[in-house]
Design a protein around this ligand. Structure first.
Ligand code: EPU
Length: 463
């Protein structure tokens, strides 16, 4: 079994999803309501933030996804006591933080990129940290140079070995002036989680300002941190000696919300996403409307639907917030295969995030991926050296095929394509999808999808 298939099975098992493939009979609109809870890309970081405190934290809206299980495992390996008093509520008690044994950390290696964010908190609590080889989706090189350079600027000593990275703080970490080469989400979080307890002031330039980062800042402020978000992507953090635990409800998962919205459009359906709010999705909503999708902002969610008639092609460039998120392009591209004409999507954040389009082509799509940006197209987002472009020509009817999930968002787009396609598809490696989509099998059932799971394990997923 290759490592992707192993990762997929591990991810599936972590949330009790034993089946690693699904057979879908497509061509039927998805209709109904699904609820989204806390964002994967906030919840996992909020869990790490609990390490910085000297009293317990309570996090609400925690989804049942395998990335949460990975971070829980890593926190427990470091002595954090984790309890769940009610569904979606975690209490994280850092009173007895200890260094973890290599084997305990390594058991989680390769599963997620979150371990890199343990560095600052562990350096503050223990004076040292060990980070195993990092995982996450295979969507580009995904280096960690911004993270390590920032940690060095705070005074950490970084030693790399074949097993991972060992960091020490011979003296107390001190505030620093840091400018990121790119507004990286993870590196901004790294700086925040380290600067809050460093001695003195940190000024971070070219910071990421995604809504999940604003929510992390809100959490840190509840804990006692002093953080100001200033114009032009500057964040100033005044370090404090100690932090206390927080109580917080996580911001909703806008990537999951956008994925269900795309599923409604691609299948000609009508899906209400409970828990979604407009502010965080404004850029997505504009594009959704331009393509021809309809939406209605409700008191407790957003309803998305295909109004009938042809869809329109669009030009999209992925970008950092407030631009069009890189995580939204994969699900939306499935709907673009049904638009009348040529759509162009420039991926400017990751250098390898169109791998999923091969499977869509097998299902009848006409998508051509260019390894560099298309010079002929005028656009808003600056050109980047490693960017790629996908040209989607539609409409092309989709038909069933056997496809294999390559990564989290690409995998969800395979599900959508199989649901939109006429005929039967088998999607394998679906465990990867459980890294970021809570109870997606149950939600598909709620929306009236027609599918089967391998018979021996079918009941395991109905949770
Ligand atoms: N980069 C570097 N060096 C670094 C860090 C990043 O060159 O040290 C580059 C990356 O290679 C990439 C770009 O900077 O080309 C942006 O990466 P960023 O650090 O912003 O991404 P991340 O923090 O690793 C998070 C989300 C991703 C999401 C991106 C962009 C988490 C756990 N992951 O990744 O989510 O696509 O921000 O918004 O928060 C997903 O949910 O499927 C997912 C991949």
């Amino acid at each position: 079994m290759n490592s992707l298939a192993q990762d997929s099975q591990k991810a599936a098992a972590r949330v009790g999803l034993v089946s690693d493939s699904i057979t879908i009979h497509g061509g039927k609109p998805l209709r109904g309501r699904v609820e989204v809870r806390g964002a994967k890309n906030l919840v996992t970081k909020a869990m790490v933030a609990s390490l910085l405190a000297d009293t317990p934290s309570t996090l609400k809206g925690v989804p049942e996804i395998s990335d949460v299980a990975v971070v829980s495992g890593l926190l427990k390996a470091h002595g954090v006591a984790i309890d769940s008093s009610a569904p979606g509520v975690l209490t994280l008690d850092p009173s007895n933080v200890v260094g973890a044994h290599f084997a305990e950390i390594d058991a989680h290696a390769g599963s997620s990129r979150i371990p890199i964010l343990f560095c600052g908190p562990l350096l503050h609590q223990l004076g040292e940290a060990f980070i195993p080889d990092l995982g996450g989706c295979r969507i580009g090189d995904r280096p960690i140079d911004f993270h390590l350079n920032a940690l060095r600027a705070f005074g950490a000593v970084v030693e790399k070995s074949y097993q991972g990275i060992h960091l020490t703080a011979p003296q107390k970490l001190v505030g620093a002036d840091i400018e990121l080469p790119f507004p990286s989400v993870g590196a901004t979080e790294q700086v925040l989680l380290t600067a809050v307890r460093a001695e003195g002031t940190t000024e971070l330039k070219n910071a990421a300002i995604e809504p999940e980062i604003m929510d992390l800042i809100a959490i840190l402020q509840k804990m006692g941190a002093i953080i100001s978000v200033e114009p032009n992507r500057v964040i100033v953090i005044e370090g404090v000696e100690t932090l206390r635990g927080y109580t917080h409800t996580a911001i909703f998962d806008r990537n999951e919300a956008a994925s269900w919205a795309a599923a409604a459009l691609a299948t000609g359906g009508d899906i209400t996403v409970g828990g979604a709010t407009q502010q965080e999705l404004m850029t997505f909503l504009n594009v959704y409307r331009k393509v021809g999708g309809e939406f209605d902002v409700l008191e407790d969610g957003i309803r998305f639907w295909h109004p009938g008639g042809p869809l329109k092609p669009v030009m999209i460039e992925t970008d950092v917030h407030p631009g069009f998120m890189t995580d939204w392009q994969q699900p939306l591209i499935v709907a673009l295969t049904q638009a009348e004409g040529e759509s162009v999507v420039h991926e400017t954040v990751y250098e390898n995030r169109f791998g999923f389009t091969e499977a869509l082509n097998e299902m009848g799509a006409n998508i051509v991926v260019h390894q560099s940006g298309l010079a002929s197209i005028t656009r808003r987002v600056p050109r980047r050296p490693l960017e790629q472009a996908a040209v989607i020509t539609g409409p092309t009817p989709l038909h069933g095929a056997d496809v294999r999930v390559p990564d989290l968002r690409g995998g969800f787009s395979h599900l959508i394509a199989a649901l939109a396609a006429e005929g039967t598809s088998t999607v394998s490696n679906v465990g990867i999808i459980s890294r970021g989509y809570e109870l997606f099998i149950d939600k598909l059932r709620q929306l009236g999808a027609d599918f089967e799971l391998p018979s021996a394990v079918a009941s395991d997923t109905a949770r």
